[in-house]
Design a protein around this ligand. Structure first.
Ligand SMILES: O=C(O)CCC(=O)C(=O)O
Ligand SMILES: [Fe+2]
Length: 350
């Protein structure tokens, strides 16, 4: 059986950071020691302009340019009420504040360590992430494993249901706008959703306890997401997400009402490399705990993905192979140090 590790929140009660969490010199772009990196200056996108039927050119062009350079944008005016965002953040905090015995009722069990409460460290190599998580499949709805869904805080299930539903509506409009921004027919990226009922989504609640050695540990090590789109709700008080562009790290600024969008590997593949799945990481704060919620959207397992025909021509050769179940491939892939799973599906055209 795979090794399991105690939640970080439990470990740090002793005040001592175990060695296995300290980043090594050779960890891929590990914690930087030259002070805080600059802020990301990708434009904030006004979502209400994208979803209007007129599709104003400027906002679409901004979207395209940000997703093809940063692979990350912050959406405002997305229609989700601020009160719902506050409720989601509050219930996450309340859940992670519960006594350990209470949270462990929802612990990941058996061979499938994906769903439930725990940490991600059982399934990775090298130094460990300073991160506890609660991972829940929210779509398809009939795949929900409610035994992992907290009933404490009391409103948890209802709020998560509402939040997921609204995220999915935003996703659909976003995918349409992304297609339009490339002059494609607006349903081009909806092929991820062959059937609305098969589309998969996971809610991943992240908790990063404060750490006295914050500059030597990493909340989540540098990675790209294996999704097609990730929608993040970031902590509205404690910064921590950083994205890498041209080998430089940038801090993603806190915009309390915004949803932060990350392009995932499967979108990079489908767009034949036009949209970039950015390498990103989460850093840890010495004084404050931090939370985030990632909504991870993935196509159903039997859906083949690959670059759209319309995005392949003599000038832009096909850059990635076609494949099914990228998520499975991603979770089993151990690429060479410093590389990511997506590099393994690149076609060498030379
Ligand atoms: O906590 C964050 O800001 C990033 C989370 C993340 O990258 C993930 O859950 O994949
Ligand atoms: Fe991520």
């Amino acid at each position: 059986m795979a090794p399991t590790h105690k939640p970080v929140q439990d470990i740090i009660q002793s005040g001592v950071v175990p060695k296995c969490y300290i980043q090594h010199e050779d960890d891929y772009q590990a914690a930087s020691s030259n002070g805080p990196p600059p802020l990301m200056d990708a434009p904030t996108i006004d979502f209400s302009l994208l979803s209007s039927s007129s599709y104003p050119h400027d906002e679409l062009a901004n979207l395209r340019s940000a997703l093809s350079s940063w692979g990350c944008v912050q959406l405002v005016n997305h229609g989700m009420p601020p009160s719902l965002l506050d409720e989601v953040r509050e219930m996450s905090k309340q859940f992670f504040k519960l006594p350990l015995e209470e949270k462990e009722k929802y612990s990941s069990k058996g061979d499938d360590l994906l769903e439930g409460y725990g940490n991600t460290n059982a399934v990775q190599r090298g130094s460990l992430n300073w991160n506890d998580k609660l991972h829940l499949q929210v779509y398809p709805e009939d795949k929900r494993q409610l035994q992992f869904w907290p009933e404490n805080p009391q409103q948890f299930r209802t709020i998560l249901h509402e939040y997921s539903k609204r995220n999915r509506m935003i996703l659909e409009m976003l995918l349409k706008a992304m297609a339009r921004s490339l002059n494609l027919e607006e349903n081009s990226f909806l092929q991820f959703r062959r059937d609305e009922n098969e589309d998969m989504a996971f809610a991943r609640f992240n908790f990063y306890p404060k750490c006295p050695l914050s500059d030597q540990v990493v909340g989540l090590k540098p990675h790209g997401d294996g999704t097609y789109i990730t929608m993040l709700l970031l902590d509205n008080e404690v910064e921590g997400l950083q994205v890498n562009k041209d080998n430089t790290w940038f801090r993603v600024p806190i915009i309390p009402q915004a949803l932060t969008i990350l392009v995932g590997d499967q979108m990079e593949i489908t767009s034949n490399g036009i949209f970039k799945s950015p390498t990103h990481k989460a850093v840890v704060n010495p004084q404050y705990d931090r939370i985030s919620l990632a909504m991870l959207f993935k196509p159903s397992r039997d859906k083949e993905i690959g670059p759209l025909d319309k995005l392949i021509d003599e000038e832009r050769l096909q850059l990635y192979k076609r494949l099914k179940d990228y998520s499975q491939f991603y979770s089993q892939c151990i690429p060479p140090l410093g590389e990511r799973p997506i590099s393994k599906v690149k076609i060498n055209n030379h």
